[in-house]
Design a protein around this ligand. Structure first.
Ligand code: NAD
Length: 548
Protein backbone atom coordinates (compact mmCIF):
# COMPACT_ATOMS: atom_id res chain seq x y z
CA UNK A 1 0.00 0.00 0.00
CA UNK A 2 2.84 2.47 0.61
CA UNK A 3 3.89 1.63 -2.95
CA UNK A 4 6.58 3.82 -4.45
CA UNK A 5 5.88 7.12 -2.77
CA UNK A 6 6.92 10.43 -4.21
CA UNK A 7 9.84 11.95 -2.33
CA UNK A 8 7.93 15.24 -2.02
CA UNK A 9 5.22 13.51 0.07
CA UNK A 10 7.65 12.01 2.57
CA UNK A 11 9.05 13.28 5.83
CA UNK A 12 12.72 14.23 5.40
CA UNK A 13 15.98 13.70 7.23
CA UNK A 14 15.94 12.39 10.77
CA UNK A 15 12.14 12.39 10.77
CA UNK A 16 12.19 9.83 7.97
CA UNK A 17 14.76 7.70 9.79
CA UNK A 18 12.43 7.71 12.80
CA UNK A 19 9.41 6.60 10.78
CA UNK A 20 9.45 2.78 11.19
CA UNK A 21 7.04 2.25 8.30
CA UNK A 22 9.13 4.13 5.71
CA UNK A 23 12.62 3.84 7.12
CA UNK A 24 15.12 1.82 5.08
CA UNK A 25 18.13 2.53 7.30
CA UNK A 26 21.42 1.84 5.57
CA UNK A 27 19.49 0.65 2.50
CA UNK A 28 18.54 4.19 1.40
CA UNK A 29 20.18 4.57 -2.00
CA UNK A 30 22.62 7.34 -2.75
CA UNK A 31 20.01 9.19 -4.84
CA UNK A 32 17.41 8.84 -2.07
CA UNK A 33 19.87 10.19 0.45
CA UNK A 34 20.25 13.32 -1.67
CA UNK A 35 16.55 13.73 -2.40
CA UNK A 36 15.41 13.12 1.18
CA UNK A 37 17.92 15.13 3.16
CA UNK A 38 19.67 12.03 4.48
CA UNK A 39 23.20 12.71 3.20
CA UNK A 40 25.58 12.42 6.15
CA UNK A 41 22.97 11.06 8.54
CA UNK A 42 23.89 7.47 7.65
CA UNK A 43 27.24 5.71 7.29
CA UNK A 44 28.40 6.01 3.64
CA UNK A 45 28.04 2.41 2.54
CA UNK A 46 24.63 1.51 1.04
CA UNK A 47 23.59 -1.96 2.20
CA UNK A 48 21.33 -4.40 0.44
CA UNK A 49 18.35 -5.78 2.40
CA UNK A 50 20.08 -9.17 2.61
CA UNK A 51 23.17 -7.56 4.10
CA UNK A 52 20.96 -5.81 6.66
CA UNK A 53 19.28 -9.14 7.41
CA UNK A 54 22.65 -10.79 7.94
CA UNK A 55 23.63 -8.07 10.41
CA UNK A 56 20.37 -8.45 12.34
CA UNK A 57 20.61 -12.23 12.55
CA UNK A 58 24.24 -12.03 13.70
CA UNK A 59 23.32 -9.57 16.45
CA UNK A 60 20.28 -11.61 17.43
CA UNK A 61 22.24 -14.82 17.84
CA UNK A 62 24.90 -13.04 19.88
CA UNK A 63 22.44 -12.12 22.62
CA UNK A 64 22.76 -14.13 25.82
CA UNK A 65 19.08 -14.75 26.60
CA UNK A 66 15.79 -15.08 24.76
CA UNK A 67 14.43 -12.05 26.60
CA UNK A 68 17.33 -9.97 25.24
CA UNK A 69 16.57 -11.35 21.78
CA UNK A 70 12.93 -10.32 22.24
CA UNK A 71 13.98 -6.77 23.21
CA UNK A 72 16.38 -6.57 20.28
CA UNK A 73 13.61 -7.58 17.87
CA UNK A 74 11.12 -5.15 19.41
CA UNK A 75 13.55 -2.28 18.97
CA UNK A 76 14.14 -3.31 15.34
CA UNK A 77 10.37 -3.30 14.85
CA UNK A 78 10.27 0.22 16.30
CA UNK A 79 13.02 1.38 13.88
CA UNK A 80 12.41 -0.43 10.62
CA UNK A 81 9.32 -2.58 10.19
CA UNK A 82 10.16 -3.75 6.69
CA UNK A 83 13.48 -5.19 7.83
CA UNK A 84 11.88 -6.63 10.98
CA UNK A 85 9.32 -8.56 8.91
CA UNK A 86 11.88 -9.63 6.35
CA UNK A 87 13.93 -11.20 9.15
CA UNK A 88 10.90 -12.75 10.88
CA UNK A 89 9.50 -14.25 7.66
CA UNK A 90 12.85 -15.64 6.51
CA UNK A 91 13.57 -17.19 9.93
CA UNK A 92 10.07 -17.97 11.16
CA UNK A 93 10.94 -21.20 12.99
CA UNK A 94 13.72 -19.50 14.94
CA UNK A 95 11.90 -16.24 15.62
CA UNK A 96 8.29 -17.23 16.31
CA UNK A 97 9.18 -18.59 19.79
CA UNK A 98 10.87 -15.22 20.50
CA UNK A 99 8.15 -12.82 19.40
CA UNK A 100 5.42 -15.15 20.57
CA UNK A 101 5.11 -18.02 23.07
CA UNK A 102 7.13 -18.82 25.13
CA UNK A 103 9.39 -15.70 25.25
CA UNK A 104 6.55 -13.21 24.96
CA UNK A 105 5.21 -14.65 28.22
CA UNK A 106 8.44 -13.73 29.99
CA UNK A 107 8.33 -10.29 28.37
CA UNK A 108 4.82 -9.76 29.76
CA UNK A 109 5.88 -10.89 33.23
CA UNK A 110 8.70 -8.30 33.18
CA UNK A 111 6.80 -5.71 31.13
CA UNK A 112 6.79 -2.90 33.70
CA UNK A 113 10.53 -3.25 34.26
CA UNK A 114 11.75 -3.63 30.68
CA UNK A 115 9.33 -1.05 29.25
CA UNK A 116 10.94 1.22 26.62
CA UNK A 117 8.53 2.58 24.02
CA UNK A 118 4.78 2.53 23.73
CA UNK A 119 3.02 0.36 21.16
CA UNK A 120 -0.73 -0.16 20.87
CA UNK A 121 -3.59 1.50 22.74
CA UNK A 122 -4.32 1.29 26.46
CA UNK A 123 -7.94 1.83 27.42
CA UNK A 124 -8.49 1.80 31.15
CA UNK A 125 -11.63 1.80 33.26
CA UNK A 126 -10.92 5.43 34.05
CA UNK A 127 -11.38 6.32 30.42
CA UNK A 128 -15.01 5.26 30.28
CA UNK A 129 -16.97 7.84 28.32
CA UNK A 130 -14.07 8.78 26.06
CA UNK A 131 -12.98 5.54 24.42
CA UNK A 132 -13.77 6.90 20.96
CA UNK A 133 -11.47 9.87 21.56
CA UNK A 134 -8.67 7.51 22.57
CA UNK A 135 -9.12 5.46 19.43
CA UNK A 136 -8.92 8.61 17.36
CA UNK A 137 -5.45 9.19 18.80
CA UNK A 138 -4.19 6.14 16.92
CA UNK A 139 -1.99 7.41 14.06
CA UNK A 140 -3.23 5.02 11.35
CA UNK A 141 -6.78 5.37 10.02
CA UNK A 142 -7.11 2.18 8.00
CA UNK A 143 -7.13 -0.41 10.78
CA UNK A 144 -8.24 -3.88 9.64
CA UNK A 145 -7.37 -6.12 12.60
CA UNK A 146 -7.69 -5.29 16.30
CA UNK A 147 -6.40 -7.83 18.83
CA UNK A 148 -7.72 -6.97 22.28
CA UNK A 149 -7.04 -8.47 25.70
CA UNK A 150 -7.93 -7.61 29.26
CA UNK A 151 -4.82 -9.46 30.43
CA UNK A 152 -6.60 -11.91 32.72
CA UNK A 153 -5.32 -15.21 31.34
CA UNK A 154 -2.02 -14.58 29.57
CA UNK A 155 -0.86 -17.91 28.07
CA UNK A 156 -0.66 -20.31 31.03
CA UNK A 157 0.66 -17.48 33.24
CA UNK A 158 -2.57 -16.14 34.68
CA UNK A 159 -3.52 -12.54 35.40
CA UNK A 160 -0.89 -10.08 34.13
CA UNK A 161 -3.18 -7.04 33.91
CA UNK A 162 -1.91 -4.26 31.66
CA UNK A 163 1.40 -6.10 31.29
CA UNK A 164 -0.43 -8.53 28.99
CA UNK A 165 0.02 -6.02 26.14
CA UNK A 166 2.84 -8.14 24.71
CA UNK A 167 0.24 -10.70 23.60
CA UNK A 168 -1.84 -8.52 21.23
CA UNK A 169 1.41 -7.03 19.92
CA UNK A 170 2.88 -10.51 19.32
CA UNK A 171 -0.29 -11.88 17.71
CA UNK A 172 -0.46 -8.94 15.34
CA UNK A 173 3.18 -9.41 14.38
CA UNK A 174 2.15 -12.94 13.42
CA UNK A 175 -0.77 -11.57 11.39
CA UNK A 176 1.75 -9.61 9.35
CA UNK A 177 4.47 -12.25 9.21
CA UNK A 178 2.24 -15.28 8.60
CA UNK A 179 -0.58 -13.76 6.55
CA UNK A 180 0.71 -10.47 5.19
CA UNK A 181 -1.71 -8.09 6.91
CA UNK A 182 0.02 -4.72 6.48
CA UNK A 183 1.64 -3.52 9.73
CA UNK A 184 -0.27 -0.23 9.65
CA UNK A 185 -3.55 -2.17 9.45
CA UNK A 186 -2.91 -3.78 12.84
CA UNK A 187 -3.97 -2.35 16.21
CA UNK A 188 -3.11 -4.00 19.56
CA UNK A 189 -5.37 -2.95 22.45
CA UNK A 190 -5.30 -3.63 26.18
CA UNK A 191 -8.38 -2.98 28.27
CA UNK A 192 -6.99 -2.23 31.71
CA UNK A 193 -9.66 -3.22 34.20
CA UNK A 194 -7.23 -3.79 37.10
CA UNK A 195 -5.40 -6.94 38.11
CA UNK A 196 -5.60 -9.49 40.88
CA UNK A 197 -1.89 -10.21 40.54
CA UNK A 198 -0.58 -9.52 44.06
CA UNK A 199 3.04 -9.19 42.98
CA UNK A 200 2.07 -6.53 40.45
CA UNK A 201 -0.15 -4.66 42.90
CA UNK A 202 2.82 -4.51 45.28
CA UNK A 203 5.29 -3.49 42.57
CA UNK A 204 5.89 0.28 42.53
CA UNK A 205 6.89 0.05 38.86
CA UNK A 206 3.73 -1.76 37.68
CA UNK A 207 2.39 0.28 34.75
CA UNK A 208 -1.30 -0.62 34.93
CA UNK A 209 -4.15 0.60 37.13
CA UNK A 210 -3.35 0.02 40.79
CA UNK A 211 -6.58 -1.68 41.68
CA UNK A 212 -8.19 -5.09 41.76
CA UNK A 213 -9.92 -6.43 38.70
CA UNK A 214 -13.38 -4.99 38.02
CA UNK A 215 -16.05 -7.66 37.98
CA UNK A 216 -19.22 -5.57 37.94
CA UNK A 217 -21.23 -3.53 35.47
CA UNK A 218 -18.35 -1.12 34.86
CA UNK A 219 -16.46 -3.95 33.10
CA UNK A 220 -19.32 -4.64 30.71
CA UNK A 221 -19.78 -0.93 30.07
CA UNK A 222 -16.14 -0.52 29.11
CA UNK A 223 -16.22 -3.52 26.76
CA UNK A 224 -19.45 -2.29 25.18
CA UNK A 225 -18.03 1.20 24.69
CA UNK A 226 -14.86 -0.27 23.20
CA UNK A 227 -16.84 -2.39 20.72
CA UNK A 228 -19.01 0.54 19.61
CA UNK A 229 -16.04 2.89 19.29
CA UNK A 230 -14.11 0.28 17.27
CA UNK A 231 -17.04 -0.04 14.87
CA UNK A 232 -17.29 3.73 14.47
CA UNK A 233 -13.63 4.68 14.22
CA UNK A 234 -12.40 1.59 12.37
CA UNK A 235 -15.50 0.31 10.57
CA UNK A 236 -13.54 -2.16 8.45
CA UNK A 237 -11.84 -3.86 11.36
CA UNK A 238 -12.00 -7.44 12.55
CA UNK A 239 -11.84 -7.79 16.36
CA UNK A 240 -9.97 -10.75 17.87
CA UNK A 241 -10.60 -11.43 21.56
CA UNK A 242 -7.43 -12.69 23.18
CA UNK A 243 -6.51 -14.15 26.57
CA UNK A 244 -9.59 -13.08 28.47
CA UNK A 245 -10.43 -15.04 31.61
CA UNK A 246 -12.80 -17.98 31.38
CA UNK A 247 -15.62 -16.06 33.08
CA UNK A 248 -15.65 -13.41 30.35
CA UNK A 249 -14.35 -15.14 27.20
CA UNK A 250 -17.37 -17.34 26.48
CA UNK A 251 -20.00 -14.74 27.32
CA UNK A 252 -18.30 -11.93 25.36
CA UNK A 253 -18.00 -14.19 22.34
CA UNK A 254 -21.69 -15.16 22.64
CA UNK A 255 -22.70 -11.54 23.05
CA UNK A 256 -20.77 -9.99 20.18
CA UNK A 257 -20.10 -12.61 17.53
CA UNK A 258 -23.42 -11.93 15.76
CA UNK A 259 -23.06 -8.18 16.00
CA UNK A 260 -19.74 -7.62 14.25
CA UNK A 261 -16.74 -9.28 12.62
CA UNK A 262 -15.28 -10.81 15.79
CA UNK A 263 -13.88 -14.08 17.07
CA UNK A 264 -12.04 -15.51 20.07
CA UNK A 265 -8.79 -17.21 19.17
CA UNK A 266 -8.45 -19.17 22.42
CA UNK A 267 -11.82 -20.81 21.77
CA UNK A 268 -12.32 -20.89 18.00
CA UNK A 269 -8.73 -20.73 16.72
CA UNK A 270 -7.66 -23.47 19.10
CA UNK A 271 -10.68 -25.53 18.02
CA UNK A 272 -9.70 -25.38 14.37
CA UNK A 273 -6.03 -26.06 15.10
CA UNK A 274 -6.85 -29.24 17.05
CA UNK A 275 -9.49 -30.49 14.62
CA UNK A 276 -6.92 -30.15 11.86
CA UNK A 277 -4.45 -32.23 13.86
CA UNK A 278 -7.09 -34.89 14.42
CA UNK A 279 -8.01 -35.03 10.73
CA UNK A 280 -4.36 -35.43 9.77
CA UNK A 281 -3.86 -38.03 12.51
CA UNK A 282 -6.69 -40.13 11.04
CA UNK A 283 -4.69 -40.45 7.83
CA UNK A 284 -2.18 -42.36 9.95
CA UNK A 285 -4.56 -44.13 12.31
CA UNK A 286 -7.26 -44.99 9.79
CA UNK A 287 -10.93 -44.76 10.74
CA UNK A 288 -13.48 -42.04 10.22
CA UNK A 289 -13.87 -38.84 12.16
CA UNK A 290 -17.42 -39.75 13.20
CA UNK A 291 -16.12 -42.96 14.80
CA UNK A 292 -13.73 -41.12 17.11
CA UNK A 293 -14.27 -40.81 20.81
CA UNK A 294 -12.32 -37.96 22.37
CA UNK A 295 -11.65 -37.59 26.08
CA UNK A 296 -10.43 -34.13 27.10
CA UNK A 297 -8.42 -33.27 30.16
CA UNK A 298 -9.54 -29.68 30.84
CA UNK A 299 -12.86 -28.06 29.93
CA UNK A 300 -11.91 -24.39 29.57
CA UNK A 301 -11.69 -22.20 26.49
CA UNK A 302 -9.32 -24.51 24.64
CA UNK A 303 -11.15 -27.75 25.53
CA UNK A 304 -14.68 -26.53 24.84
CA UNK A 305 -13.51 -24.70 21.71
CA UNK A 306 -11.98 -27.92 20.39
CA UNK A 307 -15.04 -29.96 21.42
CA UNK A 308 -17.35 -27.54 19.58
CA UNK A 309 -15.25 -27.66 16.42
CA UNK A 310 -14.90 -31.45 16.40
CA UNK A 311 -18.65 -31.81 17.02
CA UNK A 312 -19.39 -29.36 14.18
CA UNK A 313 -17.20 -31.41 11.83
CA UNK A 314 -18.98 -34.62 12.87
CA UNK A 315 -22.38 -32.99 12.31
CA UNK A 316 -21.23 -31.92 8.86
CA UNK A 317 -20.41 -35.59 8.20
CA UNK A 318 -23.92 -36.72 9.09
CA UNK A 319 -24.19 -37.15 12.88
CA UNK A 320 -26.95 -35.48 14.84
CA UNK A 321 -25.77 -32.79 17.29
CA UNK A 322 -26.51 -35.19 20.12
CA UNK A 323 -24.48 -38.02 18.58
CA UNK A 324 -21.60 -35.66 17.81
CA UNK A 325 -21.47 -34.27 21.34
CA UNK A 326 -21.62 -37.78 22.78
CA UNK A 327 -18.32 -38.51 21.06
CA UNK A 328 -16.65 -35.80 23.14
CA UNK A 329 -16.15 -36.36 26.87
CA UNK A 330 -14.64 -33.92 29.31
CA UNK A 331 -12.74 -34.31 32.54
CA UNK A 332 -12.07 -31.18 34.65
CA UNK A 333 -11.37 -30.18 38.25
CA UNK A 334 -14.61 -31.90 39.30
CA UNK A 335 -13.91 -35.15 37.45
CA UNK A 336 -15.90 -36.50 34.51
CA UNK A 337 -18.45 -34.01 33.18
CA UNK A 338 -21.82 -35.73 33.58
CA UNK A 339 -25.48 -34.76 33.74
CA UNK A 340 -25.37 -35.57 37.45
CA UNK A 341 -23.40 -32.40 38.20
CA UNK A 342 -25.00 -29.12 39.17
CA UNK A 343 -23.93 -25.57 38.19
CA UNK A 344 -22.62 -26.68 34.81
CA UNK A 345 -22.00 -23.49 32.77
CA UNK A 346 -23.85 -23.20 29.44
CA UNK A 347 -20.83 -23.86 27.24
CA UNK A 348 -20.24 -27.23 28.92
CA UNK A 349 -23.86 -28.43 28.92
CA UNK A 350 -23.85 -30.13 25.48
CA UNK A 351 -20.91 -32.24 26.66
CA UNK A 352 -22.42 -33.32 30.00
CA UNK A 353 -23.46 -36.94 29.40
CA UNK A 354 -25.28 -39.48 31.48
CA UNK A 355 -22.68 -41.55 33.26
CA UNK A 356 -21.59 -42.55 36.72
CA UNK A 357 -19.18 -40.08 38.31
CA UNK A 358 -15.45 -40.78 37.73
CA UNK A 359 -12.82 -38.76 39.53
CA UNK A 360 -9.68 -40.45 38.20
CA UNK A 361 -8.56 -39.67 34.64
CA UNK A 362 -6.81 -43.01 34.09
CA UNK A 363 -10.01 -44.74 35.16
CA UNK A 364 -12.02 -42.58 32.72
CA UNK A 365 -9.64 -43.63 29.93
CA UNK A 366 -10.09 -47.30 30.85
CA UNK A 367 -13.88 -47.14 31.00
CA UNK A 368 -14.68 -44.75 28.13
CA UNK A 369 -12.10 -46.24 25.73
CA UNK A 370 -11.28 -43.00 23.86
CA UNK A 371 -9.47 -43.13 20.52
CA UNK A 372 -7.94 -39.72 21.26
CA UNK A 373 -7.01 -37.85 24.43
CA UNK A 374 -6.52 -34.09 24.39
CA UNK A 375 -4.85 -32.30 27.29
CA UNK A 376 -5.68 -28.63 27.80
CA UNK A 377 -5.85 -27.95 31.54
CA UNK A 378 -2.40 -26.47 32.02
CA UNK A 379 -1.51 -29.37 34.36
CA UNK A 380 1.79 -31.16 33.77
CA UNK A 381 2.30 -34.93 33.93
CA UNK A 382 -1.38 -35.82 33.81
CA UNK A 383 -0.94 -38.19 30.86
CA UNK A 384 0.76 -40.74 33.08
CA UNK A 385 2.36 -44.02 32.12
CA UNK A 386 -0.88 -45.74 33.14
CA UNK A 387 -2.98 -43.42 30.95
CA UNK A 388 -0.71 -43.88 27.92
CA UNK A 389 -0.35 -47.62 28.33
CA UNK A 390 -4.13 -47.98 28.58
CA UNK A 391 -4.51 -45.87 25.42
CA UNK A 392 -1.94 -48.09 23.67
CA UNK A 393 -3.72 -51.26 24.79
CA UNK A 394 -7.07 -50.03 23.56
CA UNK A 395 -5.92 -48.48 20.26
CA UNK A 396 -3.54 -49.57 17.52
CA UNK A 397 -2.58 -45.89 16.97
CA UNK A 398 -3.62 -43.87 20.05
CA UNK A 399 -3.97 -40.15 19.34
CA UNK A 400 -2.39 -38.07 22.10
CA UNK A 401 -2.42 -34.25 22.03
CA UNK A 402 -0.69 -32.61 25.00
CA UNK A 403 -1.61 -29.02 24.23
CA UNK A 404 -0.91 -27.20 27.49
CA UNK A 405 1.68 -24.42 27.29
CA UNK A 406 4.42 -23.67 28.06
CA UNK A 407 6.54 -26.83 27.82
CA UNK A 408 6.67 -27.38 31.58
CA UNK A 409 2.87 -27.61 31.63
CA UNK A 410 2.62 -30.29 28.93
CA UNK A 411 0.56 -33.31 29.97
CA UNK A 412 3.44 -35.56 28.90
CA UNK A 413 6.62 -35.20 26.91
CA UNK A 414 7.07 -36.51 23.39
CA UNK A 415 9.55 -39.06 24.76
CA UNK A 416 6.97 -40.38 27.24
CA UNK A 417 4.20 -40.50 24.64
CA UNK A 418 6.28 -42.62 22.25
CA UNK A 419 8.00 -44.74 24.88
CA UNK A 420 4.84 -45.67 26.80
CA UNK A 421 2.95 -46.54 23.62
CA UNK A 422 5.78 -48.56 22.04
CA UNK A 423 6.14 -45.87 19.39
CA UNK A 424 2.51 -46.16 18.29
CA UNK A 425 1.17 -42.84 19.62
CA UNK A 426 0.31 -40.08 17.17
CA UNK A 427 1.53 -37.20 19.24
CA UNK A 428 1.23 -33.42 18.99
CA UNK A 429 1.91 -30.75 21.58
CA UNK A 430 1.32 -27.06 22.19
CA UNK A 431 5.02 -26.36 22.72
CA UNK A 432 7.66 -27.94 20.51
CA UNK A 433 9.64 -31.03 21.51
CA UNK A 434 12.88 -32.28 19.99
CA UNK A 435 12.65 -35.43 17.82
CA UNK A 436 12.68 -38.65 19.83
CA UNK A 437 14.82 -41.71 19.00
CA UNK A 438 13.48 -45.12 20.02
CA UNK A 439 15.58 -48.04 18.77
CA UNK A 440 16.18 -47.39 15.08
CA UNK A 441 13.20 -45.08 14.70
CA UNK A 442 13.09 -41.31 14.97
CA UNK A 443 9.73 -39.67 15.77
CA UNK A 444 9.04 -36.01 14.97
CA UNK A 445 5.96 -34.64 16.68
CA UNK A 446 3.80 -31.79 15.43
CA UNK A 447 3.33 -28.48 17.16
CA UNK A 448 -0.34 -27.52 17.48
CA UNK A 449 0.08 -23.78 17.07
CA UNK A 450 -2.86 -21.42 16.58
CA UNK A 451 -0.63 -19.38 14.29
CA UNK A 452 -1.52 -21.94 11.60
CA UNK A 453 -5.14 -20.75 11.80
CA UNK A 454 -5.90 -17.21 12.98
CA UNK A 455 -3.75 -15.22 10.51
CA UNK A 456 -5.33 -16.95 7.52
CA UNK A 457 -8.86 -16.69 8.89
CA UNK A 458 -8.30 -12.99 9.62
CA UNK A 459 -6.82 -12.33 6.18
CA UNK A 460 -9.78 -13.99 4.46
CA UNK A 461 -12.29 -12.03 6.54
CA UNK A 462 -10.46 -8.75 6.02
CA UNK A 463 -9.92 -9.08 2.26
CA UNK A 464 -13.53 -10.12 1.63
CA UNK A 465 -14.67 -7.45 4.12
CA UNK A 466 -16.79 -10.06 5.81
CA UNK A 467 -19.28 -8.75 8.35
CA UNK A 468 -18.93 -11.89 10.49
CA UNK A 469 -16.49 -14.68 11.31
CA UNK A 470 -18.51 -17.89 11.29
CA UNK A 471 -17.90 -21.38 12.66
CA UNK A 472 -18.01 -22.64 9.08
CA UNK A 473 -14.93 -20.53 8.38
CA UNK A 474 -13.00 -22.20 11.20
CA UNK A 475 -14.11 -25.64 10.01
CA UNK A 476 -12.89 -24.80 6.53
CA UNK A 477 -9.59 -23.51 7.92
CA UNK A 478 -9.06 -26.79 9.80
CA UNK A 479 -9.65 -28.82 6.65
CA UNK A 480 -7.33 -26.68 4.54
CA UNK A 481 -4.59 -26.96 7.15
CA UNK A 482 -5.01 -30.74 7.45
CA UNK A 483 -4.80 -31.07 3.67
CA UNK A 484 -1.45 -29.26 3.74
CA UNK A 485 0.10 -32.03 5.83
CA UNK A 486 1.96 -34.05 3.22
CA UNK A 487 3.06 -37.68 3.19
CA UNK A 488 6.57 -36.68 4.22
CA UNK A 489 5.19 -34.95 7.34
CA UNK A 490 3.08 -38.01 8.14
CA UNK A 491 5.97 -40.39 7.59
CA UNK A 492 7.85 -38.48 10.29
CA UNK A 493 4.80 -38.67 12.57
CA UNK A 494 4.02 -34.97 12.22
CA UNK A 495 0.35 -33.95 11.90
CA UNK A 496 1.04 -30.29 11.08
CA UNK A 497 2.95 -28.89 8.11
CA UNK A 498 6.35 -27.28 8.57
CA UNK A 499 6.15 -23.71 9.90
CA UNK A 500 8.33 -22.61 7.02
CA UNK A 501 5.24 -23.03 4.76
CA UNK A 502 2.98 -20.90 6.91
CA UNK A 503 2.44 -18.01 4.49
CA UNK A 504 1.29 -20.37 1.76
CA UNK A 505 -0.99 -22.19 4.23
CA UNK A 506 -2.44 -18.86 5.43
CA UNK A 507 -3.17 -17.78 1.85
CA UNK A 508 -5.03 -21.04 1.17
CA UNK A 509 -7.02 -20.71 4.41
CA UNK A 510 -7.81 -17.08 3.63
CA UNK A 511 -9.09 -18.03 0.18
CA UNK A 512 -11.48 -20.62 1.68
CA UNK A 513 -12.67 -18.18 4.34
CA UNK A 514 -13.24 -15.44 1.77
CA UNK A 515 -15.08 -17.88 -0.50
CA UNK A 516 -17.48 -18.62 2.38
CA UNK A 517 -18.00 -14.90 2.97
CA UNK A 518 -18.79 -14.32 -0.73
CA UNK A 519 -21.06 -17.37 -0.89
CA UNK A 520 -23.01 -16.53 2.24
CA UNK A 521 -23.55 -12.87 1.40
CA UNK A 522 -21.35 -11.73 4.29
CA UNK A 523 -18.78 -10.01 2.06
CA UNK A 524 -18.99 -6.27 1.54
CA UNK A 525 -17.04 -6.55 -1.66
CA UNK A 526 -17.66 -8.17 -5.06
CA UNK A 527 -16.21 -11.63 -5.50
CA UNK A 528 -13.04 -11.52 -7.60
CA UNK A 529 -12.53 -13.95 -10.49
CA UNK A 530 -9.66 -15.77 -8.80
CA UNK A 531 -10.07 -15.62 -5.01
CA UNK A 532 -6.67 -17.12 -4.19
CA UNK A 533 -4.81 -14.77 -6.57
CA UNK A 534 -6.73 -11.86 -5.07
CA UNK A 535 -5.74 -12.94 -1.54
CA UNK A 536 -2.08 -13.20 -2.58
CA UNK A 537 -2.20 -9.74 -4.10
CA UNK A 538 -3.35 -8.31 -0.79
CA UNK A 539 -0.49 -9.82 1.21
CA UNK A 540 2.15 -7.43 2.47
CA UNK A 541 5.67 -8.29 1.32
CA UNK A 542 8.60 -6.94 3.32
CA UNK A 543 10.14 -5.07 0.38
CA UNK A 544 11.48 -1.54 0.50
CA UNK A 545 9.66 0.95 -1.71
CA UNK A 546 11.64 3.01 -4.17
CA UNK A 547 11.29 6.69 -3.29
CA UNK A 548 11.27 8.42 -6.68
P1 NAD B 1 -8.89 -22.23 30.91
O1 NAD B 1 -8.47 -21.58 32.16
O2 NAD B 1 -10.01 -21.63 30.13
O3 NAD B 1 -9.29 -23.78 31.22
C1 NAD B 1 -8.57 -24.67 32.03
C2 NAD B 1 -9.42 -25.92 32.27
O4 NAD B 1 -8.62 -26.89 32.92
C3 NAD B 1 -10.64 -25.69 33.15
O5 NAD B 1 -11.72 -26.42 32.63
C4 NAD B 1 -10.24 -26.31 34.49
O6 NAD B 1 -11.35 -26.84 35.20
C5 NAD B 1 -9.34 -27.44 34.04
N1 NAD B 1 -8.38 -27.83 35.07
C6 NAD B 1 -7.49 -27.05 35.72
N2 NAD B 1 -6.80 -27.79 36.62
C7 NAD B 1 -7.26 -29.05 36.53
C8 NAD B 1 -6.95 -30.26 37.19
N3 NAD B 1 -6.01 -30.32 38.13
N4 NAD B 1 -7.63 -31.37 36.85
C9 NAD B 1 -8.58 -31.34 35.90
N5 NAD B 1 -8.91 -30.22 35.23
C10 NAD B 1 -8.27 -29.09 35.55
O7 NAD B 1 -7.61 -22.30 30.01
P2 NAD B 1 -7.54 -22.60 28.44
O8 NAD B 1 -7.61 -21.34 27.67
O9 NAD B 1 -8.50 -23.66 28.08
O10 NAD B 1 -6.04 -23.12 28.30
C11 NAD B 1 -5.63 -24.31 28.96
C12 NAD B 1 -4.24 -24.72 28.52
O11 NAD B 1 -4.24 -24.99 27.13
C13 NAD B 1 -3.17 -23.66 28.76
O12 NAD B 1 -2.00 -24.27 29.24
C14 NAD B 1 -2.93 -23.09 27.39
O13 NAD B 1 -1.60 -22.64 27.24
C15 NAD B 1 -3.18 -24.29 26.52
N6 NAD B 1 -3.56 -23.90 25.15
C16 NAD B 1 -2.76 -24.32 24.14
C17 NAD B 1 -3.05 -23.97 22.85
C18 NAD B 1 -2.14 -24.46 21.76
O14 NAD B 1 -1.39 -25.32 21.92
N7 NAD B 1 -2.17 -23.94 20.59
C19 NAD B 1 -4.15 -23.18 22.56
C20 NAD B 1 -4.97 -22.76 23.61
C21 NAD B 1 -4.66 -23.15 24.91
Amino acid sequence: MMGNEQAKDLPRGVKLLHDPVRNKGTAFTSAERDRLGLRGLLPPRVCSPSEQELRVIGNLRNKATDLERYLFLVSLQDRNETLFYRVVINHIEEIMPLIYTPTVGQACQHFSHIYRRPRGLYISLEERGRVRQIMENWPHRDVRVIVVTDGERILGLGDLGAAGMGIPIGKLSLYTACAGIHPTHCLPITLDVGTNNEAFLNDPLYLGLERRRERGAAYDELVEEFIRAAQEVFPQSLVQLEDFGNCNAFRLLRQYRDQLCLFDDDIQGTGAMALSGLLAALRLAGGKLVEQRVLFFGAGQAGIGIGNTIAAAMIEQGLTPDQAHRNCWFFDTRGLLTTGRDDTPPQKLPFAHEHAAIDDYAEAVRILRPTAIIGCAGQANTFTQQVLQTMARQNERPIVFALSNPTIKAECTAQQAYEWSEGRAIFASGSPFEPVQLGNNVYVSGQGNNAYIFPGVGLGAVVSRSTRVTDEMFLAAAKVLAAQVNDKDLALGRVYPSLSRIREVSALIAAEVAAIAYRQGLAQRDEPGDILADIREHMFQPLYPHYA
